[in-house]
Design a protein around this ligand. Structure first.
Ligand SMILES: [Zn+2]
Length: 263
């Protein structure tokens, strides 16, 4: 059964050793993360599925499942030589997802012991008191948006069959072009993208998300849309209540924390 589901951002600045004084600019996001962490802990998950835009080291037409037995979290690439966490993989469940999906989608197994920061930032916060809980690491593909919803639905079947308590974390940032000084440049449609996505999440309107103007999506430079669609595919038929915990964009990138409270 699914006991927890959320959508979260993955700015490395959220890691105290990386963000340092800039962390203060994300304090609403950090507070929201801490709130989620308590919720996840109370949900007593046996398995945590993390979906990240940056987990797919093959970056192509394949969904990926990372089957390294252990995962290392660190943020060395961002100058942090201190933070280190080790987590354990739920390999058996990863295989089952692959087996059940391979007739429908291209899906491959990878073995990267170092987790990408898109997985690492959320897991750093959310597993603070759950370091022994087993992880399944999924990367999305360069396939259609509706395929991502279908992929989510197949994962849900596998969750139901497993009889385990499963938590889902979808990692992703919204628009990367909100400010004149955004690292990815500015688009006057970026704000529209973020507001539209947040509204459609609240309205639970997956069809409208799938029908979004392709130009608007492209203009936004968001990395989180496909993660979000896998998550929505997983929880689609459940009774859930979306609760927006925070939204910030101090560096020109949209950071949304959303709790999909499963009833
Ligand atoms: Zn990203």
């Amino acid at each position: 059964m699914i006991t927890f589901a959320c959508f979260v951002p993955h700015s490395p600045i959220l890691i105290p050793e990386v963000g340092k004084e800039n962390l203060d600019k994300l304090k609403d996001t950090v507070k929201a993360y801490k709130n989620l962490e308590e919720d996840l802990y109370s949900a007593k998950p046996d398995i945590i599925i993390i979906i990240s835009p940056h987990a797919n080291s093959q970056a192509g037409q394949f969904f990926t499942i990372n089957q390294s037995p252990y995962f290392n979290l660190n943020f060395k690439k961002f100058g942090d030589l201190v933070t280190k966490v080790q987590l354990v993989n739920e390999i058996g469940f990863g295989y089952k997802i692959k087996e059940s999906c391979e007739d429908f989608f291209p899906i491959i197994l990878t073995a990267d012991q170092e987790l990408d920061y898109g997985s690492g930032v959320p897991l750093f916060y959310l597993t603070e008191h759950l370091r022994q809980t087993k992880i399944v690491s999924i990367g999305y593909a360069d396939l259609s948006y509706s395929d991502h919803v279908k992929f989510g639905q197949l994962i849900r079947k596998q969750i139901n069959l497993s009889g385990q308590r499963v938590a889902i974390i979808a990692s992703g940032d919204l628009s990367h072009k909100l400010h004149k000084d955004s690292p990815a440049g500015y688009s006057d449609r970026a704000q529209e993208f973020d507001q539209t996505i947040m509204k459609l999440i609240q309205e639970k309107d997956i069809d409208k998300i799938l029908d979004l103007d392709q130009e608007l999506i492209k203009e936004s430079g968001a990395c989180g849309l496909r993660s979000l669609l896998i998550l929505l595919g997983i929880i689609k038929e459940l009774n859930y209540q979306p609760v927006q915990l925070s939204y910030q964009s101090p560096f020109g990138i949209g950071y949304l924390v959303e709790n999909f409270e499963v009833k």
